[in-house]
Design a protein around this ligand. Structure first.
Ligand code: ZN
Length: 308
């Protein structure tokens, strides 16, 4: 089975090649979740606008709604038609069967997530899934998760998680499982507090811990739950060793707010593509702004600020 990453018009760059190059440049790769074609169009439009690589993500719930193979087919056709380095990740995959499904569908990467289990079981189940997906596609990137950063990219009342990862367990986990990248808990959290959506509060990361974990783990690092994080902390986290940054809630907030506005504009409007076009544009602005920040380009915080 050939992965999407080897089929496109993007030279011979695999996801691993792109991550290695970005790390040398001191840049991070943006990972943006999609539930439907409106969000997918927005992420691809942002990649086209900024000419920067993107990693499109879909969790189990998002894949169930979209269709695992259908999403893979759309991304593949987009890659074949353009020169854009677009990659696809099966985000938060909680079973061996679903990891195998994603690998067979041609995903470039799988986020294997057994982090809710005790450490030893997390190691055993992750290792099993890593071996299974690499049997299907040796070039696929396998990610593992440690620590607790809460679940659900939603608006929340209280902070979740808090069980931060240590360099020791990071090292042990990577050695035992063979993952290509690791997602630690370093002050990040899935979802956003209401105060973060309003722009009154920001997430702050444990930058020292990121640097220690990078040294101990020696693999690519992924930051989940990036929405609502302070811009400076994003940049410093990349310098400290973060390679992939997940943004989901910010996109969902932009999607909801712009959809509400678009529907309210004219109650007689029933043409879906007229209603949805401004939604694509709003989400695209958030994605472009984050991509530029992760690549060290100066951005006004306006695009994200209007959502925040
Ligand atoms: Zn996540």
């Amino acid at each position: 089975m050939t992965s999407i990453g080897t089929l496109g018009n993007t030279g011979n760059d695999t996801l691993r090649d792109v991550l290695t190059r970005l790390e040398k440049e001191g840049s991070g790769l943006g990972h943006f979740n999609v539930s439907d074609q409106v969000l997918l169009k927005a992420v691809i439009a942002a990649a086209a606008e900024t000419k920067l690589p993107v990693l499109i993500g879909a969790s189990e719930g998002e894949r169930e709604f979209f269709g695992t193979r259908q999403l893979a087919a759309l991304v593949k056709s987009q890659r074949e038609e353009s020169d854009l380095p677009i990659f696809l990740n099966a985000d938060h995959t909680h079973s061996l069967a679903k990891a195998v499904d994603a690998a067979k569908a041609g995903f470039d990467a799988v986020t294997i997530d057994f982090s809710a289990l005790p450490f030893d079981q997390n190691v055993a189940r992750t290792k099993e899934a890593v071996q299974a997906i690499k049997t299907i596609n040796p070039g696929i990137l396998a990610e593992g998760e440690i620590g607790d950063i809460g679940s659900g990219s939603e608006i929340k009342d209280t902070v979740q998680g808090g069980n931060l990862s240590t360099p020791e367990e990071a090292h042990q986990f990577v050695e035992a499982t063979g993952v290509d990248n690791l997602a630690p808990a370093v002050g990040n959290m899935h979802g956003m507090l209401k105060s973060m959506v309003q722009g009154k509060a920001k997430k702050h990361l444990d930058l020292e811990r990121i640097a220690q974990i990078k040294k101990a783990a020696g693999v690519f690092l992924t930051l989940h739950g990036g929405s609502g994080t302070d811009d400076e902390h994003f940049r410093k986290a990349i310098v400290a060793g973060i390679n992939i940054i997940h943004i989901n809630t910010e996109l969902r907030v932009a999607w909801r707010e712009s959809l509400d506005k678009s529907l309210a504009r004219d109650s007689n409007e029933v043409v879906p593509y007229k209603i949805l076009r401004p939604v694509v544009d709003s989400v695209k602005q958030v994605v472009s702004s984050r991509l530029r920040l992760f690549h060290g380009q100066s951005v006004s915080s306006e695009a994200v600020g209007s959502v925040a």
